[in-house]
Design a protein around this ligand. Structure first.
Ligand SMILES: [Zn+2]
Length: 318
């Protein structure tokens, strides 16, 4: 079963689904950019029309507590739009943590996650943990990346809560290519890495594909999902790939046999990305990216895995 904000549904009803989106968030708190204050649930209901028309049915909503994730808003959006929404519970990065977290023990944070999963704020349980983040300072070599002390406690608590509830853990591993460091902390704390999604794997690229595969393949070998969730984000920061490169890298991973461990999304979190404001909309994966994947040779079975079977399995907590 999948625990949506409106109740449980069967796994096979969830997809096609995007595994890392925001529907209601205030990232302006963190970024200082008012374009990131996306807090109009009725506007989002209208935005989801294009998502549904394109074929989308489900969304994993990853807004952390410290970016003002709001369970009640998500329930209103789901009820009015008919889109299945699974709500994540998370803390973002150490510089935006709520004050209580800075002195909380791993056990206290773990208990908080479990309460949110079993009961939930306002009686709306979370269906997974995510996106839990670690800092964005880039390291020259991803193997040299380390989580801070506070981030380490949050990741250890997530592993503990996963052991008690079976939920998926979804991460924010951005500019530092932090995936391996995140998996190391989770593994040492006893997490099941086949129930972990490393987010933002497509934030950076190298011209030499081998160097990108050096990052992806060991994470896939360890059992984790590799998520390309920045589809549609181009020229945003140094080293940011084009969608053409994202499609090529995904096609390579499918050819190498990893179609069952790939997830996709567009990480919508800005008012300017909404169709109402002239942006690309929640349907961008279908309108723009899917044809690229097909041109790169990704077949229907792999697309069904990436869009339907994988998010269904990932979100399933039974
Ligand atoms: Zn993120």
């Amino acid at each position: 079963m999948i625990r949506t904000v409106l109740g449980e549904i069967q796994e096979d009803r969830f997809g096609p689904a995007l595994a890392h989106e925001h529907l209601y968030c205030n990232i302006a708190r963190h970024s200082g950019n008012l374009d990131n204050a996306m807090m109009d649930w009725e506007l989002i209901v209208r935005e989801l029309d294009s998502f549904k028309a394109a074929g989308g049915q489900g969304i994993m909503e990853v807004t952390p507590v410290d970016l003002e994730g709001d369970a009640a808003a998500l329930r209103r959006i789901s009820a009015a739009s008919g889109v299945h929404i699974v709500r994540g519970i998370a803390f973002y990065q150490e510089d935006s943590y709520p004050r209580w977290l800075t002195t909380a023990t791993v056990g206290q944070i773990e208990d908080f996650f479990v309460r949110e999963i079993e009961e939930g704020g306002e009686g709306i349980p979370a269906g997974f943990i995510g996106e839990i983040g670690s800092h964005n300072r880039p390291e020259p070599d991803f193997l040299g990346y380390r989580l801070t002390e506070g981030e380490t406690r949050v990741f250890q608590a997530a592993a503990g809560a996963q052991k008690r509830t079976g939920v998926l853990i979804s991460t924010h591993a951005c500019l530092g290519r932090a995936g391996h460091a995140q998996l190391n902390v989770l593994e040492a704390a006893g997490a099941d890495l086949s129930r972990v999604v490393i987010g933002h794997c497509d934030a950076h690229y190298h011209d030499d594909e081998e160097r990108d595969l050096e990052y992806y393949l060991p994470m896939l070998e360890r059992g984790a999902y590799v998520e390309f969730d920045l589809i549609g984000w181009v020229d945003e920061w140094p080293g940011c790939p084009t969608d053409e490169i994202r499609a090529r890298r995904l096609a390579s991973l499918v050819r190498l046999g990893y179609q069952d461990q790939l997830l996709v999304a567009t990480d919508t979190c800005r008012l300017s990305q909404l169709r109402a404001n002239g942006g690309r909309g929640y349907d961008f994966f279908w309108s723009d990216f899917l044809p690229r994947l097909r041109r790169e040779g990704v077949g229907q079975d792999a697309l069904d895995a990436i869009l339907i079977r994988n998010p269904g399995r990932a979100a399933n907590i039974s």
